[in-house]
Design a protein around this ligand. Structure first.
Ligand SMILES: [Fe+2]
Ligand SMILES: [Fe+2]
Length: 372
């Protein structure tokens, strides 16, 4: 049946097949036997009984059903944008949609980057940065909703949004925000030189594939270094975005102060977006879970100061976001305490009555889903 891998139970997705019995770690009881293909009903039962821990699943790329999905995925690889929240003004929606079109065209063709391409990227980066300077909470709201159905495009745009927003909270001047935004849009440009089967593989990479994938920051540097109007800071940010504080990153193995500060900003945005986005082989973490992983990555991987500002200032659950709670109730984010951005106040309307749940005081209640 092929390779297996271990994932958290809350990352299970319908269609994955269990390689081993899924066992309740509290009672030792078999909850779902091995070789079961996970369906919605299983996920509902697991969440109802708050089952946690890990489970072992087969690599979905070996399953025939998944192979068909992959082929469909290639056919429709341009994805699309889901409806955006009504609360967001038309101008911001337009900026997001225009960025999507530019990035889609940019990544679609395997081409050499020209000065004209660069000009287009700079233009959308200017628009995004202006929106973030005007209001640092609106564009992240769209990023949180993962409104684009294509990982490569959405990842580039969302990393740009998170990185520019973080840079704004770090008080970078407006002109620098535009450049950091361009760096975010371009950060994975080197993936254009990695075989498509590796970039789009709907499963964790093998050691060899990962070795090849690790070259993408270097390819990014190669693609950008000869462009006439490309700033050195952007090139450093792109080529160093996978370096780690303790020197174990790639491709240069730089350490601490050797890493360009913009690359450190991109790294925070990159890690956060990757773990909070659905992939075929694992479910996205919720914003508060993603923020906790980012905080945990301060040891050795990410820059502590940048992470501190990111987790303190970023609007992980923007006001107005529709969420469901572990109590089964559905409500909307009403406001935040500045001291606990990950546990907002939720308003729940039922039968003309309104109830407010303050998650910063109710530690047993959790956000379990966010909706468009
Ligand atoms: Fe990358
Ligand atoms: Fe990335």
């Amino acid at each position: 049946m092929g390779k297996t891998f271990t994932i958290n139970i809350n990352q299970l997705l319908p269609g994955l097949m269990l390689a081993e019995d899924l066992i309740d770690c509290k009672t030792g009881q078999v909850l779902i036997p091995s070789e079961t293909v996970i369906k919605e009903k299983h996920l509902e039962r697991l969440s109802h009984f708050h089952v946690s821990g890990t489970c072992v699943v087969f690599d979905p790329s070996y399953s025939v059903k998944q192979q068909e999905t992959i082929i469909d995925g290639y056919k429709d690889s341009t994805g699309g944008i889901k409806p955006l929240p009504e609360l967001i003004n038309e101008r911001t929606k337009r900026v997001y949609k225009e960025t999507y079109e530019v990035i889609k065209n940019f990544f679609k063709k395997d081409k050499t980057i020209t000065e004209k391409d660069l000009h287009e990227i700079k233009e959308v980066a200017n628009n995004i940065s202006e929106e973030i300077v005007r209001d640092p909470y609106v564009l992240p709201q769209i990023a949180v909703l993962k409104a684009i159905d294509n990982y490569t495009f959405s990842h580039s745009i969302h990393v740009a949004i998170y990185a520019t927003t973080l840079a704004r909270f770090l008080e970078y001047p407006a002109a620098k925000l535009k450049e950091i935004c361009s760096a975010g849009l371009l950060h994975d440009i080197g993936k254009m030189d990695i075989p498509r089967e590796i970039v789009d593989k709907p499963a964790p990479l093998t050691d060899l594939e990962f070795k090849i994938m690790k070259k993408h920051p270097w390819y990014g540097l190669e693609r950008l270094k000869n462009l006439k109007y490309m700033s050195k800071d952007i090139i450093s940010a792109v080529s160093q975005h996978h370096e780690k504080e303790n020197g174990t990153g790639y491709y240069q193995g730089l350490k601490g102060a050797e890493i360009h500060p913009w690359a450190k900003i991109l790294a925070v945005a990159d890690v956060y977006d990757a773990i909070t986005t659905d992939r075929v082989y694992r479910k996205a973490l919720l914003p508060h879970e993603g923020a906790e992983i980012v905080m945990g990555s301060c040891i050795g991987h990410l820059d502590y100061e940048k992470v501190k500002v990111f987790t303190r200032e970023m609007s992980f659950y923007p006001v107005g976001t529709k969420v469901s709670l572990s109590t089964g109730e559905i409500g909307r984010v009403l406001s935040h305490h500045s001291t606990s951005p990950l546990r907002p106040l939720i308003t729940i309307k039922k039968d003309r009555m309104e109830k407010i749940v303050d998650l910063s005081k109710k530690h047993t209640v959790l956000i379990t889903q966010i909706f468009n």
